[in-house]
Design a protein around this ligand. Structure first.
Ligand SMILES: [Zn+2]
Length: 345
């Protein structure tokens, strides 16, 4: 069994690619690691940074990174002066030029502890063109000790000139079974949760869109309860529309939705969950082996989908979209719910 890059699941090929590159010294100065949120891009980048500077990387009996040497400990403890994490400033939608300028200055200094200086650029797909051009200047003539790891959810917004200088590596999303096995083995609180509340875990798994980072964040948080309530609300609403009981259950279902002015975001996420459920029912009508993003029980969802015409599903989806947009434009929360539900009777 390969013990290199432990902690990454569903991406054995990528891990052995990096292990080979490090052991043989055939490294590129930059890598673009892309994949959905929560696939482990950040973890892999940190493992790569540790492996590059691991004091035991030349030892063929040791896995890389060894996690035990001084360098590994510092890197995993996030106190290594040689590893820099670059991220967007709070509340900014884009990664601007300022942090990239800092890299350009910093990269001129030799590494302090290890052999490499590693720059991990998070959300690289949000870099402005100006920031990308500034980074490009460094990528064109990088010092021998510098390695840049660009993490992104998609590569479309990256300049061709950046892409031509860095191998683009795709991270695969682990399956539900792989995720469960990984969590059970590595995270005791998650293991307890999976064993004691398997149904709730399935709900949290769906709500997290398979992101392991998000699942771990939710287990034990107060947000978990809210998410489970939202999902139950969506299921009840869809059932009420399907069996034509929405008119008689109107006030009951209405009261499950967010009502207060300050709960605007909560209502927006409820509407988004409704759209995910509708999307599943639409896909079930068309595809042979559909991937569900909301429903945990495919057979139940399939049966439910028979109660809806495609036209009705489109109407629900569009009504939710209209309500969501109205809320973004500051519409009254309570009225928006009433209007939305009235339109579905
Ligand atoms: Zn080490």
């Amino acid at each position: 069994m390969n013990n290199d890059f432990q902690g990454i699941i569903a991406n054995d090929e990528l891990c052995s690619y990096f292990a080979t590159a490090i052991k043989s010294g055939s490294l590129s100065h930059a890598y673009i690691l892309h994949g959905a949120r929560g696939t482990g891009k950040h973890t892999l980048a940190l493992l790569l940074a540790a492996a590059l500077n691991c004091e035991n990387k030349g030892d063929s009996h040791s896995s890389i990174p060894c996690r035990e040497c001084n360098s590994c400990k510092k890197i995993f403890g996030k106190i290594s002066p040689d590893v820099t994490l670059v991220s967007r400033e709070d509340d900014r939608a884009t990664l601007g030029i300022a942090p990239i300028r800092k890299i350009r200055e910093d990269v001129t200094f030799f590494p302090i502890d290890g052999a490499y200086k590693v720059y991990i650029i998070e959300d690289a797909h949000t870099m402005t063109t100006q920031a990308q051009n500034a980074l490009l200047l460094t990528l064109e003539e990088p010092p021998s000790y510098a390695i840049f790891i660009l993490l992104c959810e998609d590569t479309e917004s990256l300049l061709e000139t950046i892409k031509s200088r860095a191998p683009i590596l795709r991270m695969k999303t682990p399956s539900e079974d792989q995720t469960v096995a990984f969590l059970k083995e590595n995270h005791p609180p998650a293991r307890t949760f999976i064993n004691t509340s398997p149904d709730e875990f399935k709900q949290i798994y769906k709500a997290s869109k398979g992101s392991i980072g998000r699942i771990l964040e939710l287990i034990g948080s107060t947000e978990k309860k809210q998410i489970l309530q939202n999902r139950s609300l969506v299921e009840q609403l869809m059932k009420a529309i399907a069996d034509h009981s929405l008119a008689t259950r109107f006030s009951e279902i209405n009261s499950m939705f967010a009502q207060k002015r300050e709960d605007r975001d909560k209502l927006i996420s409820q509407l988004c969950e409704i759209q995910s459920a509708v999307r599943d029912l639409m896909v079930l009508k068309k595809a042979d082996e559909p991937q569900m993003i909301f429903f945990t029980d495919v057979e139940y969802a399939e049966e439910l989908s028979y109660s809806f015409s495609t036209q009705k599903l489109t109407q629900i989806y569009e009504s939710a979209e209209k309500a969501r947009i109205a809320l973004l434009r500051n519409a009254n929360v309570k009225l928006t719910v009433v209007n939305f539900l009235s339109g579905l009777i």
